[in-house]
Structures are given as C-alpha cells and as structure tokens.
Design a protein around this ligand. Sequence first.
Ligand SMILES: Nc1ncnc2c1ncn2[C@@H]1O[C@H](COP(=O)(O)OP(=O)(O)OP(=O)(O)O)[C@@H](O)[C@H]1O
Ligand SMILES: O=C(O)C1=C[C@@H](O)[C@@H](O)[C@H](O)C1
Ligand SMILES: [Mg+2]
Length: 176
Amino acid sequence: MTTSKVRAWPQIVLTGFMGAGKTTIGRALAAQLEAPLFDSDALIEDASGTRIGDLFGQLGEPKFRDLEHRCITAVAGRPGTILALGGGAIVCEATRASLRNCYIVYLEISPATSLRRIGDPSSRPLANTGELTQLLEAREPIYRSVAQLILPEQDEPPEATLSRLLAALPPVYHPA
Ligand SMILES: Nc1ncnc2c1ncn2[C@@H]1O[C@H](COP(=O)(O)OP(=O)(O)OP(=O)(O)O)[C@@H](O)[C@H]1O
Ligand SMILES: O=C(O)C1=C[C@@H](O)[C@@H](O)[C@H](O)C1
Ligand SMILES: [Mg+2]
C-alpha cells in the first residue's frame, strides 16, 4: 500500500528586499521539502505575458501592485506550498491581508549586498532609481512587522542560508 504525504503545514512565504534570495532560497527550500513553489514575479509574467522589467514601466507602480495582489491572492495560503514574493509585494495592505495565515520569513539584506546581487538593474526597475537605501529603510519596518521568522544576512552561499532557514523553522516543517 502506498501512503500519500499529508501537507498540512502553513504556506511558507519568503519576503525581503530585491536580491535577498527569495527566489533562490525558495527554489532550494521547495526541493528540500518536496513542496510546490510559487514565485509571484513569475506568476505576474505568466499572467501578463510581459517581463517584469517592461511591465513595471508600462503599468506604473499602482497598477503593477494591483496585478501583483491578484496573482498572489490566487495562491496565497495554500497549505504545504512555498511562495516567494516580489520585493515590494508586502507594501500593499491588501496583499498583507491575503497572507495572514501564512508563515512569513523575512530574508534580511543590506543595500550594498542588494546592489551587488541585482547585477543588471534593468530587470528590477526600482533598482534604477539610485534610492535603494531609502527604499529599503522605508520597507524594513513592514518586512519586520509581518515576519514570523527573521533570517539575518550572512556572507555565505545559498546552501548555507538554506541550512540556517531549515534549522530555524518550527518542528511542523521538519520531516518526521
Ligand atoms: N546566501 C545567499 N542566499 C540567496 N541568494 C544568494 C546568496 N548568496 C548569493 N546569492 C545570489 O543572490 C541572488 C539572489 O537573487 P534572487 O533573484 O534569488 O533574489 P530575490 O530576493 O528573489 O529578488 P527579487 O525581489 O528581485 O525577486 C542570486 O543570484 C543568488 O545566487
Ligand atoms: O522591490 C520591488 O518593488 C520589486 C521587486 C521585484 O521582485 C519585482 O517584483 C519588481 O521589480 C518590483
Ligand atoms: Mg525573486
């Protein structure tokens, strides 16, 4: 007889600034927990048929946030899954409300590391403004206020960050 895995744990949501590693760590975590991954930027690109870098400019931020909210709400709260957010998704109050039953992890990152990791800023429109530090300072209290778990930045490869995250997750996320 085969037994199917019961996926009762609350959805893990990764939030944090651009380049914090939400997508990278989300993929690795999904592989480790053998769980489906949603990435809100990818969902938006699929829904619109347009790259984020172009879409942001075409729509402007308010309309982009509306679309982002709809894409996130469609998958928010699904037990046993992982959701990597876009860096600014959490600034939208309605999006925060959609995530109220999730386990939210804030991946911290400094402005300097963010800039270094982003590399080509054309894919992240807001990285072009030259006001990265102010933007991060403005968002920091929001990231912090929604998070059940805050993972401080360390100079390490993604595999090491994944290990720290796995060790810090509550027992419900640990395989029996
Ligand atoms: N410890 C680490 N954790 C995560 N990513 C790391 C780490 N060290 C280096 N990186 C690199 O930093 C980059 C993180 O980019 P990633 O797209 O995952 O960020 P993001 O948080 O999803 O950004 P965005 O908000 O734009 O979606 C990747 O190129 C990854 O290889
Ligand atoms: O920090 C932000 O506001 C953004 C981050 C990216 O993930 C994308 O969602 C988009 O470039 C906006
Ligand atoms: Mg990402």
